[in-house]
Write a protein that binds this ligand. Structure first.
Ligand code: NAD
Ligand code: TYD
Length: 364
């Protein structure tokens, strides 16, 4: 089992990154974290309040495309492990403006890979077995499944459909190439849709929860029969930790939640949980707030993941069932209204709601 001392987490002020920083600080008393994040609309220091063992966490406000800064951080903190979350992540934003996706997801990943190659392989800062570059990716690189198709696995050919998915696919290929060409010790994980605390409230679940709390309409794209494989974010963090400790260099791991509700079923379940949590709310039954709006262009119909490899080789299984995970998530948002208010007051967030929903004839 590999031990890690000094970890560079990129994008650690975003949804999954912030959950991972917490997970790591709790999990291992030895590790120190340097958290490099550009604090785009999706990143916030609100996500990093009240960390366990904050003395082992250093936040750096900066861009992964800044080679000088990355070079400096690797050396100043003797980084032996990189866990790369930083990305532009919202499919709908990538349809409106692909530019930042190309820059951060492709050029940013290339910058990190080059910096790691120089420090670890050229300068030989550590023994080869002591270093690791873990790249966090998505199931969206595989395209969409038809109703009877088997789930995606590590051997599924890439077929990205959105600019977001294409930029993540390009970054996966770069990471793979740095292993095959230069021998950089890498691992890659492709994970399905995450949900849980600290998710930015323009993604499906937090948008539905926060809108429902205010009695606003719940916009379902198209017929709502699209299928995603939902995973509780804490389970994703644990899977990444297992890969860092025990994953084989050069390998890819598919991660998923083993459940595939339609979007409509998922939102109806959230509404039922809200009805139970707040029986006296004037907006009960929350299901009545659901509104169908025009679909996303190129909308992938179905995703599903085959987790046989990571279960068999690393002993990882999701711990959280969908029902209990959704209940926990709704309760977290109910208990963290100050966080919602702080995040939602950003100008960019309001602008996004207007851009994305008004054109669908929907009042945000
Ligand atoms: P997010 O959008 O919530 O957070 C992304 C973070 O990256 C933000 O804190 C942002 O400020 C930071 N960032 C963006 N550009 C940057 C740059 N150029 N330099 C430094 N920091 C930058 O994303 P998330 O949902 O937490 O996703 C994290 C990673 O996991 C991404 O790589 C994503 O592709 C992958 N992933 C996400 C999901 C999901 O369901 N959310 C599923 C599978 C994989
Ligand atoms: P999203 O959270 O954007 O994740 P992704 O597109 O990366 O899977 O959306 C999840 C699903 O929810 C996706 O099928 C699109 C759908 N969706 C809606 O129906 N309405 C919305 O307002 C949003 C944001 C998403």
């Amino acid at each position: 089992m590999r031990t890690m001392k000094n970890i560079l987490v990129t994008g650690g002020a975003g949804f999954i990154g912030a959950n991972f920083v917490r997970f790591l600080l709790e999990q291992s008393a030895e590790t120190r974290i340097v958290n490099l994040d550009a604090l785009t609309y999706a990143g916030s220091l609100e996500n990093l309040k009240d960390l366990p063992s904050p003395e082992r966490h250093t936040f750096v406000h900066g861009n992964i495309c800044d080679r000088q800064l990355v070079d400096h951080l690797l050396r100043a903190h003797q980084i032996d492990t990189i866990v790369h979350f930083a990305a532009e992540t919202h499919v709908d934003r990538s349809i409106q403006d692909p530019g930042p996706f190309i820059q951060t997801n492709i050029v940013g990943t290339y910058t990190l890979l080059e910096a790691a190659r120089q420090y670890w392989l050229v300068e030989k800062a550590f023994p080869h077995h002591a270093v690791r570059f873990h790249h966090v990716s998505t199931d969206e690189v595989f395209g969409a499944l038809k109703p009877g198709d088997p789930p995606f696995s590590e051997t599924t050919p890439y077929a990205p459909n959105s600019p977001y998915a294409a930029s993540k696919a390009a970054s996966d290929h770069l990471v793979r190439a740095y292993y095959h060409t230069f021998g950089l010790p890498v691992t890659i994980s492709n994970c399905s849709n995450n949900y849980g605390p600290f998710q930015f409230p323009e993604k499906l679940l937090p948008l539905m929860i926060t809108n429902a709390l205010e009695g606003k309409p719940l916009p379902i794209y198209g017929d709502g029969q699209q299928i995603r494989d939902w995973l509780y974010v804490g389970d994703h963090c644990e899977a990444i930790y297992r890969i860092l400790e025990k994953g084989a260099v050069g390998e890819t791991y598919a991660i998923g939640g083993n459940n595939q509700p339609t979007n409509l079923m998922l939102v109806e379940t959230v509404c039922a949980i809200l009805d139970e949590e707040m029986p006296d709310s004037p907006h009960t039954p929350h299901k009545a707030l659901i509104q169908h709006v025009p679909d996303r262009p190129g909308h992938d119909r179905r995703y599903a993941m085959d987790i046989t490899k990571i279960s068999g080789e690393l002993g990882w299984q999701p711990r959280q069932g969908l029902g209990s995970g959704l209940a926990k998530t709704v309760q977290w948002y109910l208990a963290n209204q100050a966080w919602i208010a702080a995040i939602r007051q950003q100008q960019d967030y309001q602008r996004w709601l207007e851009q994305n929903y008004q054109k669908r004839g929907h009042k945000p």
